[in-house]
Design a protein around this ligand. Structure first.
Ligand SMILES: Nc1ncnc2c1ncn2[C@@H]1O[C@H](COP(=O)(O)OP(=O)(O)O)[C@@H](O)[C@H]1O
Ligand SMILES: [Mg+2]
Length: 392
C-alpha cells in the first residue's frame, strides 16, 4: 500500500477544519447524486455510512490508520452485497464521493497550492478506501458462491446416496424370491426331459446372472456381500482361472488374449470380491471390443514389485471420451443402453477395501485399467483389518 502524502500540522488542521465546515454540504450533494435504490434495505444506513466516511477522512488526516478504514469498509461492503448492489454501482458511488469532495473544495476560497496538497491526501484516502471495499466485497461474494456450490454438491451426493439406498433395498427384496426360485428349479430339473433340459440350463444361467447383478448392487450400497471372509489366496491362480472361465466368450467374440502373469502373487483378501473386479473389467473390455472389427485384443499383466502387486488389464477398443474419464468410477455412469454403470464403481470399492488403488488410462489405441494391491504381511501374522474388508 502506498504511503500517504505528508501534511504539516497546520495544513492538517486546516483540512480537518474544512471537512467539519463542509460535512453537510458534501454529504447532501453525494446523497443527491448517488444511485441508491428506493427499496435499498440499508437506505438509512447509507446516510449514516456517508457521515462515517467523512469522519473517517478526518481521522485519516490525523493518523493514517488503515484499521479504521478496514472496519468501516467491511461493514459497508457486506451491506452492499446484501442489498444486491452490483460491484459497478458500488464503485461508482465511492468514486462519486471522491468527485464531490473535489467539487466542493474547488468552490472554496483557498490557495491553489493548498488545494493541491489537500486533494492528494483525499485521493490517498479514497485509494485505500476503494481497495478495502472491493477486497471485502469480492470476499463476501466469493464466499456466497462457494457456499452455493457446496450446497449443490451436497444435494447431488445426497441424491446419489438415496438412489443407492433405494437400489439396495430393491436388490435385497429381489434376492430372497430368487433364492427360492433357484431351489425349486433345481428340484424340478430332475424331472426334465431331454427336450426341456436345455431350458433348465438357460434358466439357471439367467438366474445366476441376475444374482450377480444383485450382488453388485449390494456391494455398492455397502450391504453385506455374499462371501466376504478374508483369507490368503494366490492372485495369479485367480486371474488365470478367470481367463479360463471367460475363454469361451473370448473365442466367441474373436478376441486374442495375451497374458503375462507372474507366479506366487500371494494376496490377502476376499477372493470372490477380487474375482468380481476381474469379471467387471474383463466384461467391459469384451463389450468395448465388439465395437471394433479386427485385431481384438485383451492384455493382462500381473507382477510384484517391492511391496506392491500390480495388475493391469487393457484392451484395444475405442477410447473413453475425456469427459467420462473423471467420473468413470462413479456409480450410474454408463454409455451402454442397458448398462447399470455399477461395474467400475463396485471395482473401485472392492479395490479400496483391499487397500489398493485403481486407475484408468485411455488413448486411441488402448484403454488400460491399472490396479495395485499391497503385498500381504506374512501368514499367521495378526490382521486387525479383517473387518474393513467386509462389505457392511
Ligand atoms: N475398457 C473400456 N473401454 C472403454 N470404455 C469403458 C471401458 N470400461 C468401461 N468403459 C466405460 O465406462 C462405463 C462404465 O462402466 P461400468 O461401470 O462397468 O458400467 P456399464 O458397463 O454398466 O456401463 C461404460 O459404460 C463405458 O462407457
Ligand atoms: Mg460394466
Amino acid at each position: 500500500m502506498k504511503k500517504r502524502h505528508e501534511l504539516t500540522r497546520d495544513d492538517a488542521n486546516q483540512l480537518i477544519e474544512l471537512f467539519h465546515t463542509y460535512h453537510e454540504t458534501i454529504l447532501t450533494e453525494w446523497l443527491n447524486s448517488a444511485s441508491i435504490s428506493d427499496d435499498d434495505p440499508y437506505r438509512d444506513e447509507i446516510t449514516i455510512n456517508g457521515g462515517h466516511t467523512i469522519r473517517l477522512i478526518v481521522a485519516y488526516i490525523n493518523d493514517p490508520n488503515t484499521q479504521l478504514i478496514e472496519q468501516l469498509t467491511k461493514k459497508i461492503a457486506r451491506e452492499r452485497v446484501e442489498a444486491e448492489v452490483g460491484i459497478g454501482e458500488f464503485i461508482s458511488n465511492i468514486n462519486l464521493g471522491r468527485s464531490i469532495i473535489y467539487r466542493v473544495f474547488s468552490r472554496i476560497d483557498i490557495s491553489e497550492a493548498s488545494q493541491m496538497k489537500y486533494l492528494l491526501v483525499v485521493n490517498d484516502f479514497f485509494d485505500l478506501y476503494m481497495y478495502h471495499s472491493i477486497t471485502e466485497y469480492t470476499r463476501v461474494k466469493d464466499s456466497i458462491i462457494n457456499n452455493k456450490t457446496r450446497f449443490i454438491q451436497e444435494m447431488h451426493s445426497d441424491r446419489l446416496s438415496i438412489l443407492g439406498q433405494v437400489a439396495a433395498s430393491f436388490a435385497h427384496e429381489f434376492r430372497n424370491p430368487l433364492t427360492s426360485i433357484k431351489g425349486f428349479i433345481q428340484m424340478i430339473e430332475k424331472e426334465a426331459t431331454p427336450e426341456t433340459a436345455t431350458y433348465f440350463t438357460i434358466i439357471q444361467q439367467e438366474l445366476e446372472s441376475l444374482e450377480k447383478k444383485i450382488t453388485q448392487f449390494l456391494y455398492l450400497s455397502k450391504m453385506k456381500g455374499l462371501d466376504d471372509q478374508s483369507e490368503y489366496f494366490s492372485l495369479d491362480q485367480v486371474v488365470k482361472g478367470m481367463l479360463e472361465f471367460l475363454y469361451p466368450r473370448f473365442l466367441d467374440e474373436n478376441i486374442n488374449v495375451n497374458h503375462e502373469i507372474e507366479s506366487g502373487l500371494e494376496m490377502y483378501g476376499v477372493e470372490e470380491q477380487i474375482k468380481q473386479v476381474l469379471l467387471n473389467i474383463l466384461n467391459n473390455a469384451v463389450e468395448e471390443l465388439t465395437e471394433i472389427e479386427v485385431d481384438r485384443m485383451v492384455k493382462v499383466r500381473a507382477h510384484q514389485e517391492g511391496d506392491l502387486i500390480h495388475l493391469n488389464i487393457s484392451n484395444n477398443g475405442p477410447m473413453i471420451p475425456e469427459h467420462l474419464l473423471e467420473d468413470i468410477f462413479e456409480p450410474f455412469i454408463s454409455t451402454k443402453q442397458l448398462g447399470t454403470g455399477l461395474g467400475l464403481s463396485v471395482c473401485k470399492q472392492i479395490v479400496e477395501k483391499h487397500k489398493g488403488t485403481i486407475q484408468v488410462l485411455s488413448t486411441d489405441n488402448e484403454t488400460s485399467f491399472s490396479i495395485t494391491f499391497p503385498k500381504p504381511s506374512k501368514k499367521g501374522e495378526h490382521h486387525d483389518n479383517n473387518d474393513s474388508l467386509q462389505c457392511k
